[in-house]
Write a protein that binds this ligand. Structure first.
Ligand code: KG4
Ligand code: ZN
Length: 343
């Protein structure tokens, strides 16, 4: 199937044509970061307007570059949520309009399922690496999921408060670094000493936390608060040391959760990491070590499919049977990341 994917859940306007998980024909991403930098974060109204402006050219480029003709498209897959509602609406309206014009189905996709199944993109060895223990780390969510097959997932744990990416973004703000914070902290950390400052690790053990976060709960708000107090207490600290120590605490917390996840499901054949934070080299090398110690491979996703993109959205439609929307807003999928089914 030739599927056109559209993703506008936050601040990237993205479109892609995917003919199979190993055949991504185009993956166009127009980022709005420069427009949001003066405000220190994404401004929803501005994001929605920029999506509307960027979508025609992004869609045109995705189809042109793919070599697939408009009339050869079989379906349009579009992010239905979670995300900023006005931004989502821009993509949904474009997808619905196009699907009516081309007389093809419009398929609503769960953004996090897009990240989760990005695992399959350009991967030939799927039979050897499933089930996989997947760390899903984005700006809005941090979760540990046992991926058995497309559509078959078990949520092992999630953050009970902030997401890892959110902690990096908020931490960067405290360090006067621009948005998005993850890559900025990673850059600055290269010049710092990761052992300079001790931060608390966010692996709450209390029963209450376990009830809220699942079997392997994660937490990042304490870490962020600790950063604030440390900066207030010793403003003279070298920011590079702070960035390196803070990044180490976030990545150690995530790796600790993966190690705990491994004890709950020792049968997994691989560890994987997906989402924007999966671009982080420190996280990758820590997970590499965890996987090596467990005698299984670490499956990473190509960088272009870690942060928000539309190939991962079209890919879900390739792998799962998604019921078509019957109206522009369709039935909202279950957006609560809990239980066995993410959709
Ligand atoms: O998956 P994504 O593009 O969007 C969401 O669905 O949220 O993830 C964005 C997040 C941001 O918090 C950003 O700071 C983080 O991914 N990020 C990184 C890196 N690149 C992006 N975090 C750590 N290291 C990076 N290199
Ligand atoms: Zn995302």
């Amino acid at each position: 199937m030739n599927i056109l994917g559209i993703e506008t859940s936050c601040d990237e306007t993205a479109a892609a044509v995917v003919c199979s998980p190993c055949d991504v024909r185009s993956n166009i991403i127009a980022t709005q970061i420069a427009s949001h930098i003066p405000y220190g974060g994404v401004v929803p109204e501005l994001a929605a307007r920029e999506h509307v402006t960027a979508l025609p050219a992004v869609l045109e480029a995705a189809v042109r570059e793919s070599g697939v003709e408009w009339n050869e498209l079989d379906a349009i897959a579009v992010t239905r949520g979670p995300g900023l509602s006005s931004s989502l609406l821009s993509g949904l309206s474009a997808a619905w309009g196009l699907s009516r014009r081309l007389d093809i189905p419009c398929l609503p996709i769960h953004h996090l399922e897009g990240h989760l199944l990005s695992f399959f993109l350009e991967r030939e060895d799927v039979g050897d690496v499933l089930p996989s223990l997947v760390l899903l780390v984005t700006g809005g969510h941090s979760a540990l999921i046992r991926l058995i097959a497309p559509g078959d997932y078990e949520l092992l744990g999630r953050s009970i408060d902030d997401a890892a990416g959110e902690a990096l973004d908020k931490g960067a703000r405290l360090l006067d670094l621009p948005y998005p914070g993850g890559p900025e902290i990673e850059q600055l950390a290269k010049q710092g000493n990761p052992d300079a400052i001790e931060f608390p690790l966010g692996l709450p053990k209390s029963e209450e936390a376990k009830k809220r976060g699942g079997r392997v709960p994660l937490s990042f708000s304490g870490l962020k608060t600790s950063l604030r107090y440390k900066l207030q207490g010793s403003p003279e600290m070298a920011h590079a040391d702070v960035a390196a120590s803070f990044q180490k605490a976030v990545m150690k917390t995530l790796t600790g959760a993966v190690s705990e996840g491994l004890t709950k499901c020792p049968e997994v054949k691989s560890i994987a990491c997906v989402g924007g934070v999966a671009k982080n080299q420190e996280l990758r090398s820590r997970l590499e070590k965890t996987a090596h110690d467990a005698g299984i491979p670490l499956c990473t996703v190509p960088m272009a499919y870690c942060t928000d993109n539309a190939a991962m959205i079209a890919n879900v439609a390739q792998l799962c049977s998604v019921p078509a929307m019957e109206s522009p807003l369709g039935a909202a999928p279950n957006l609560e990341l809990s239980g066995m089914k993410l959709r």
